[in-house]
Design a protein around this ligand. Structure first.
Ligand code: SAH
Ligand code: SF4
Ligand code: F3S
Length: 482
């Protein structure tokens, strides 16, 4: 671990009357966390919020009132990275009026930029990479001692003993593997998230047991390349007979009482096995939704991306899923305008979207990233091509998502209620097992109102591109699309 200590000519937090474990609300300090990027960052933020609350901080109601501001950043594309700088500028100015304010940059930009962030924004107190999320308390102690701290060294991720402060009380993220050992030529993740580190099945099970004790109904197992789970762990059982992989883990956690649904993301086509498809089809709690990015529908581009599969192999995986789990919904990520992508290669991507009929596709125009091979290639495409292709693919994706959602019309779905529809208080919001966002009216009868965590049968009567609406027809059964 690298910790730079620097003298700062600023009044430190430790110089104001701070007793973080103090229960007197007037003396307690507030925090604000803004999270950019993927679910992994969201899960890290929830753990860091848990650490801050254990230290005595409370959640501020507004960003500009908080005593500690933490940006958990993403650098997957340039625009994601730039966003954080505008936020930081605002807080840096605030700090000149409010010297005790602590400003922290965590996550992937922190890892990528390290010490140079301090040069760019000298008001920063702490720069900490994602592998250091669980060490927030220790790092803050160093800040309280008057140091400016940079924690971006390789670090073995310790089990966190803090309870995460989770946004949802129903659906919980559970990290199962950190990092990524792949080397996709466009991607910054391996350099900012480090080598793969799997958590042990027991620590994952313990966390899910605790979630179930607190009333959670759904868990999503997380990893950048979740199919790599267990590769770095010893086998289990007599003489190490049972190989620890994602299928093993799904079986291992399946029967935790109270948890009704299990999801996982993100899957890599290169490692998506028949064993996993079989496992998913056999375990009733594992939901029928798979997020498997394909990135491009063209084999030459896939090769240049170093993805390690062909589009035929990808399509084969989807067919095998559909044979065993016909109602499965499939989502993916795709990059358009990768260096050198021709019009006809782009069309191969469009036709893949059409042929597979994805339920949802996250699209992005290629963005050159630091320390990635593709960023140095001479055949970069113009901004105009990027914007044009993105627009084209987005309208196709939306058309197909709408078509997929239309299949749900008049079917009855099992919806796990997560809360109210934020835009309409009279409606509840939840998801189908296939991960479709669904709204339906709350019961008028106060004695039979549905609560978050209930599983409600909902008959779908309206389908849009990104959501469904229906009416409740009762509670609790296993749904299938008609
Ligand atoms: N681990 C996942 C994805 C991680 S990053 C996988 O292997 O697929 C999330 C998504 O961001 C990627 O799927 C990709 O579509 C997109 N992405 C990553 N790097 C990018 C870049 N340089 N430019 C544009 N999109 C990118
Ligand atoms: Fe990035 Fe590839 Fe790893 Fe996904 S598998 S995180 S795209 S390097
Ligand atoms: Fe972004 Fe880091 Fe996730 S770069 S997508 S927050 S792993």
């Amino acid at each position: 671990m690298l910790v730079h200590e620097k003298n700062k000519n600023m009044i430190r937090t430790s110089q104001i009357p701070l007793e973080t474990k103090n229960t007197d609300v007037n003396l307690r300090l507030s925090y604000w966390i803004t999270t950019f990027g993927c679910q992994m960052n969201k899960a890290d933020s929830e753990r860091m919020a848990g650490i801050l609350e254990r230290m005595g901080y409370y959640a501020a109601e507004e960003e500009l009132q908080a005593d500690l501001v933490l940006y958990n950043t993403c650098t997957i594309r340039d625009n994601a990275e730039q966003k954080v700088y505008s936020y930081l500028g605002r807080q840096a100015r605030r700090k000149h009026q409010l010297p005790h304010l602590k400003i922290i940059v965590a996550g992937c930009v922190a890892q990528q930029e390290g010490e140079s962030l301090l040069r760019r924004v000298p008001e920063l107190d702490l720069v900490m990479g994602p592998q250091h999320a669980n060490r927030l308390e220790t790092l803050l102690t160093q800040v309280d001692n008057g140091q400016q701290v940079v924690a971006t060294g390789d670090h073995h991720i310790m089990e966190d003993i803090t309870t995460a402060r989770r946004d949802s009380k129903i659906c919980g993220w559970v990290n199962v593997i950190y990092g990524c050992n792949e080397r996709c030529t466009y991607c910054v993740v391996p350099s900012v998230r480090g080598k793969e580190q799997s958590r042990t099945p027991d620590s994952i099970k313990n966390e899910i047991n605790k979630l179930s004790d607190s009333g959670y109904k759904e868990v999503t197992l997380l990893g950048q390349n979740i199919d790599a789970y267990g590769r770095d762990l010893e086998s289990q059982g007599d003489g190490g007979s049972s190989k620890i992989n994602l299928s093993y883990l799904l079986n291992y956690i399946h029967d935790i009482k109270g948890i009704e649904r299990i999801r996982f993301a993100t899957s890599h086509p290169r490692y998506f096995t028949d064993e996993l498809i079989q496992t998913c089809s056999q375990l009733p709690k594992v939901c029928e939704h798979f997020h498997i990015p394909f990135q491009s529908g063209d084999n030459d581009i896939l090769k240049k991306m170093a993805r390690g599969y062909t589009i035929e192999q990808y399509k084969n995986i989807i067919s095998r899923i559909k044979i065993l789990i016909p109602k499965a919904s499939i989502s993916a990520d795709v990059i358009v305008a990768f260096p050198g992508e021709t019009e006809s290669q782009f069309e191969n991507t469009l036709s893949t979207v059409e042929e597979i009929e994805f339920d949802q596709v996250n699209t992005a125009a290629y963005s050159p990233r630091p320390n990635t091979p593709a960023a140095n290639w001479p055949n970069q495409l113009s901004e105009e091509t990027k914007v044009g292709r993105l627009k084209q693919i987005n309208s196709l994706v939306e058309k197909i998502a709408r078509k997929r959602n239309n299949y749900y019309l008049h079917s009855t779905q099992e919806i796990l209620v997560e809360g109210k529809n934020k835009k309409n208080n009279l409606q509840l919001m939840g998801r189908t097992r296939t991960n479709k966002l669904t709204f339906f009216n709350q019961s008028q009868n106060p004695r039979s109102q549905y609560q978050p965590g209930d599983i409600v049968k909902v008959k779908i009567n309206e389908a849009r591109g990104f959501s469904l609406t229906g009416e409740a027809v009762g509670s609790g059964f296993i749904s299938l699309i008609n």
